[in-house]
Design a protein. Structure first.
Length: 690
């Protein structure tokens, strides 16, 4: 190989050498033979101490986090850029180790106050595991917070790390509580790109907008984007740095099908072709597609195939607590694991951990949560369809950026030199080119966005907004504080229109509840849901009402009772929607819109008795069930503790712990005193001590 040839880019040469390693029977011997070549290409993680230059380099580049690891030259380059610039937007392939670099920088420089903003709770879980488990010795001096308590006084002279989703970073203007940020990190920053249909994109932009003003230094992380448009207009002039360095190779194998109905059989054919011990992700565009697949595959497991007693206990608990017909139960009994955003946190952690450590469970069925930075070990990924579910219920077809982001989930440093993506391509599915995956993006913060104008006080060109304020009788500052950090103006306006149209029905239901204390809450839930979503849904509202029982009934009981009245929609549908409502919808969308409607009622000078009955029947119940007003209980929930177990655990450990490290110590110290808690909670607590 002529490494000076103009026909080869450095990454092409790296790929050739990595494939050479992958194809060798004795990889250590091969690494020793080509150590000089590996070192020259920057693949120092493979050249190790097999040649003199590499030995010297790896000694110099030894990680502060893990003495068994040395940083490769590109990682050292990024560490230097973080140190030398006040703002850095950093783009690299999935396998580069972007999150590792952030933790390495923290270990080396030890900034006092760090805020890490991530788009999903799944990534919060991942960051927590790294800090309080894997790197506990490095970060033991830090206080670790998973939310901001506006009533708490934080000591910013001490070492603090806040790990926050973007909505928690700005809810109730909680960002004002953070007085000092030495380092701000925002992960998966391509999500800052404007999306008018997505309220959460606005919330992420607002988190950036407000937090970067406080931060001395900030780093934004992204997969392989080609640049940021209007970067010169961003706060504090960050530089953009992109690298295509990857220590693994991703290969795409395309399998064309003639009809949509052929997808399932093609997936099964590819799985049967693979070795049983190869870690494989199977990507589906929606959760519904996962349980359709699970229903159709044959049993391949017997009880003797299950390696761990805790799996049997887990399945028994799931059947009793959720349902024996849940697709996750069927998947596990057939030899598959599941990961998606609808799963309760503890169950999701159990599935991921079992996938990583098991020798039998090597297939993980997943949805687009994998696009959001969740790290797994996979030799292969099967892309059953290049799309994701959208808020409107339709499928949103991938562009090349999304496709290759998913492809990048195959292959893993030190485990799989070559990752394979099996793309099942229907007649209407796109052809994807790798060069199209690297695109320039523009943050909404610098785009021509009316919502950003509102938050930056540029109101002259928005008469609709100004008229809306007059109609509500509120000021611009009141709007920003009470309304604007949750939703886009279009959403706020639509919700208000729905409220005005359905106000008579809402107040009729509230009056009925005031007049008759034996009246149920169901019709109130139905009136609220129609205001929130612009349409009614008897199934969803029946489930929501059942989920708001303070006794926390088992999901199995709710599902079986719902099936009596709604059997025509199918048991799978009922199970899936019950879990979705419980795990995400009620706590986030429903609750946030409820707060907004209550605000409209106050603007209308509605009698306090109506607001109070709405509190008693709905808001206070959600506060109680989802711990919205208790950061200590929310922290337990964020760790994966099952909700039903949290009140008992709090009575044992108390609620005066300050951060996640202190919580961990109390959980481990009192683990034998938690009587009758679920297998999930026991598992999470036991894992903290390993």
């Amino acid at each position: 190989m002529n490494m000076s040839s103009g026909n080869y880019s450095p990454q092409v040469l790296r790929n050739q050498v990595i494939i050479e390693l992958d194809e060798s029977k004795d990889k250590i011997k091969k690494s020793e033979e080509i150590a000089d070549k590996l070192f020259t290409l920057g693949l120092t993680m493979y050249s190790r101490n097999y040649c003199l230059n590499s030995l010297f380099y790896n000694s110099f580049a030894q990680s502060y986090l893990d003495e068994n690891i040395s940083l490769h030259p590109e990682q050292m380059n990024v560490i230097e850029k973080i140190e030398n610039y006040s703002g850095l937007i950093f783009s690299a392939p999935t396998s580069f180790g972007k999150t590792f670099i952030i933790f390495e920088y923290l270990a080396r420089v030890r900034p006092h106050n760090v805020v890490l903003v991530v788009p999903t709770l799944a990534l919060v879980d991942e960051y927590i595991k790294k800090i309080i488990k894997r790197y506990e010795k490095t970060f033991k001096e830090y206080n670790i917070f998973l939310s901001i308590d506006a009533e708490k006084v934080y000591n910013f002279d001490k070492y603090n790390i806040f790990i926050l989703t973007h909505d928690r970073a700005i809810e109730k203007s909680s960002y004002l509580t953070i007085k000092k940020i030495d380092l701000l990190v925002i992960d998966e920053v391509y999500k800052l790109q404007r999306d008018e249909k997505n309220d959460r994109v606005l919330v992420l932009n607002l988190a950036y907008y407000y937090l970067v003003k406080i931060a001395e230094k900030h780093v934004l992380l992204a997969p392989f984007i080609g640049g940021i448009e209007n970067i010169e207009f961003l706060e504090k002039n960050p530089i953009f740095y992109k690298t295509n360095f990857s220590p693994v190779v991703n290969e795409v194998l395309t399998y064309e099908i003639l009809h949509e109905s052929d997808r399932k059989n093609k997936v099964k054919e590819i799985i049967n072709y693979m070795k049983n011990d190869e870690k494989t992700l199977v990507y589906f565009p929606t959760v519904t597609k996962i349980y359709e697949f699970v229903k159709d595959i044959e049993y391949s497991f017997t009880s003797s195939d299950i390696e761990y007693e805790e799996v049997d206990e887990f399945l028994d608990w799931i059947k009793d607590e959720i349902h024996e017909e849940w697709y996750l139960v069927k998947a596990m009994e057939k030899g598959y694991l599941v990961h998606n955003g609808q799963l309760p946190i503890g169950i999701r952690l159990f599935q991921l951990d079992l996938y990583e450590k098991s020798e039998r469970y090597n297939k993980l069925l997943c949805t687009s949560t994998l696009l959001e930075g969740v790290n797994t070990t996979a030799k292969n990924i099967i892309i059953t369809k290049p799309a994701r579910g959208s808020t409107g219920g339709n499928l949103e077809i991938f562009d090349a950026f999304d496709f290759y982001n998913l492809v990048g989930r195959s292959g893993r440093l030190f485990k799989h030199f070559l990752g394979k993506a099996f793309y099942i391509k229907g007649p209407l599915d796109p052809n994807f080119l790798r060069e199209d995956a690297v695109k320039k993006i523009q943050f909404e913060i610098t785009d021509n966005s009316p919502d950003i104008d509102i938050h930056s006080d540029n109101l002259e060109s928005h008469p609709r907004y100004n008229n809306f304020l007059k109609h509500l009788g509120i000021t611009h500052e009141e709007y920003k504080s009470n309304v604007g950090f949750r939703f886009r103006f279009n959403t706020v306006e639509t919700l208000h229109e729905n409220y005005e149209n359905l106000k008579p029905r809402l107040f009729f239901e509230l009056q009925e509840l005031l007049d008759n204390n034996k009246r149920g809450r169901l019709y109130l839930i139905r009136a609220l849901y129609e205001i929130f979503e612009g349409r009614g849904n008897k199934l969803y509202t029946y489930i929501i009402n059942k989920l708001l029982y303070k006794t926390r009934p088992k999901l199995k009981k709710i599902i079986d009772e719902t099936f009596i009245y709604y059997s025509k929609v199918g048991l799978d549908n009922i199970i899936s929607n019950t879990i979705r409502m419980k795990s995400s919808y009620i706590e986030y969308d429903f609750y946030a819109k409820l707060i907004l409607v209550q605000y409209y009622m106050k603007c209308d000078d509605v009698e306090e008795k109506y607001i109070e009955i709405l509190n008693v029947k709905v808001k206070n119940v959600i506060d109680y069930l989802y711990f919205t007003d208790s950061n200590h209980k929310r922290m337990l929930k964020d760790l994966g503790i099952y909700e039903k177990d949290i009140p008992h655990i709090i009575t044992v450990i108390g609620s005066d712990f300050q951060d996640a490290f202190e919580l961990k110590k109390r959980l481990i110290k009192n683990s034998l005193r938690f009587y009758g808690i679920s297998i999930i909670s026991k598992y999470v607590i036991n894992e903290l001590s390993r």
